[in-house]
Design a protein around this ligand. Sequence first.
Ligand SMILES: *[C@@H]1O[C@H](CO)[C@@H](O)[C@H](O)[C@H]1NC(C)=O
Ligand SMILES: *[C@@H]1O[C@H](CO)[C@@H](O)[C@H](O)[C@H]1NC(C)=O
Ligand SMILES: *[C@@H]1O[C@H](CO)[C@@H](O)[C@H](O)[C@H]1NC(C)=O
Length: 472
Amino acid sequence: MSSWNFFFCFQALLDLQDKTEEIPCVVGGEDVWTEDVRYQVSALLNKAINASLGVRKEWDLKPVQDRAQIFFKAADLLSGPRRSEILAKTMIGQGKTVIQAEIDAAAELIDFFRFNAKYALELQHQQPISTSVSTNTMSYRGLEGFIAAVSPFNFTAIGGNLAGAPALMGNVVLWKPSDTAVLSSYAVYQVLREAGLPPNVIQFVPADGPVFGDTVTSSPHLCGINFTGSVPTFRRLWKQVAQNLDVYRTFPRLAGECGGKNFHFVHGSADAESAVNGVIRSAFEYSGQKCSACSRLYVPDSLWPQIKGRLLEEHGKITAGNPAEDFSSFLSAVIDEKSFRRIKSWIDHVMMSPDLSILAGGKCDDSVGYFVEPTIIETKNPKEKIMTEVKVLKGKNVIKEATDILRNAAGNFYVNDKSTGAVVAQQPFGGSRASGTNDKPGGPHYILRWTSPQVIKETHVPLNEWKYPYML
Ligand SMILES: *[C@@H]1O[C@H](CO)[C@@H](O)[C@H](O)[C@H]1NC(C)=O
Ligand SMILES: *[C@@H]1O[C@H](CO)[C@@H](O)[C@H](O)[C@H]1NC(C)=O
Ligand SMILES: *[C@@H]1O[C@H](CO)[C@@H](O)[C@H](O)[C@H]1NC(C)=O
């Protein structure tokens, strides 16, 4: 990030300091304040569903070039005039340091908008074969109905992409942002509107999760859910969809990204220094609140004394603080009290378990914010509740062997690198098993999930006879 951006971001932070922004739901083209609707969220959501269906046909018929332009424009706004605002809101609202905000709310979101728009335009060239007797075309329509997008607190970019990608493909979307990322999500929504997105194509509906889930899954018009969040919530939504299957006009598409339990596997031939730096960044940046964060580290005995020594030394230099005030902080408090309690209960478990010992960190302090010290735990028991199964690699050709062993275990794996930091269009991201439906946002295949292609055959020769020649 250039020092120029840095300066503007700093100014935007000062402007936001000590302010509380009031944020509405945006339904039917109007701002609705939750105080008015607290007791009727479900009615409000039904109104939003109705409003989205009202604009669906017109939006879907709009040429893809025009829809793509809106996203190119939104990316330009984010990379220029709105950049510092979105960074400052991500820092203050979600507790990110300036670099974590930059790679998320600027770099990744801008890339998502530009690359998805480029992929959507390229997709139009994928057409079936035509012959002298028929001309065949494939038309990439939006899905029939509305899409429910449920986004997490961790990444401003995911929220924008979750709601943005289906809209680009001609869909209408109800976007429920996370309770703890409303500030930046609303700013992204405003950028999309400013870039020319018509009212009701995306409606912004912060709402209680279960009420949102119950309402959208019981509408006959639900045609897709794009979800990023926990495994239990995604399973709940999937079951609700299954139970309501007879009600729907179409089979809803379900896409989910549910996080993982990533590991760094250090081979005996590794560069120890690079491995240690990769672990510190991956495990502790943004307080480990990334689905890609390194939560397990496997080190061969031969390297462990060296790696352990260097890890502890670097761990001692990690600083925590308010990232919007103290730019020397590497990490900040965790997102909310619920998260703090959950982590604390894991640390209590570690203290009780004879198989686990804390090498560094372990203190939790909620007196000025939900601070958890970066914690390194050692175990010799790979079956301990805090770990799960992993196989040991042997032999010389490590990359080949890892590729074979991890064929079904990992959706993304990186060699000589840390587990975080996937880049749009370079490492499309996602995992299967309980990690999700592995649809690889950030790559060209992703948008296929949000289109319902129609094939049109135009025949040029008349059929003059119903009998086949052998019958004549
Ligand atoms: C949906 O909107 C139409 C008008 O477009 C209206 O007739 C209908 O009553 C609305 N339904 C609901 C559930 O609000
Ligand atoms: C679905 O969620 C992923 C993130 O998990 C996001 O990148 C993508 O744009 C979303 N897609 C839709 C159609 O909402
Ligand atoms: C968000 O953070 C939670 C808690 O750290 C984590 O379990 C989840 O995987 C993260 N999600 C994403 C998309 O990074």
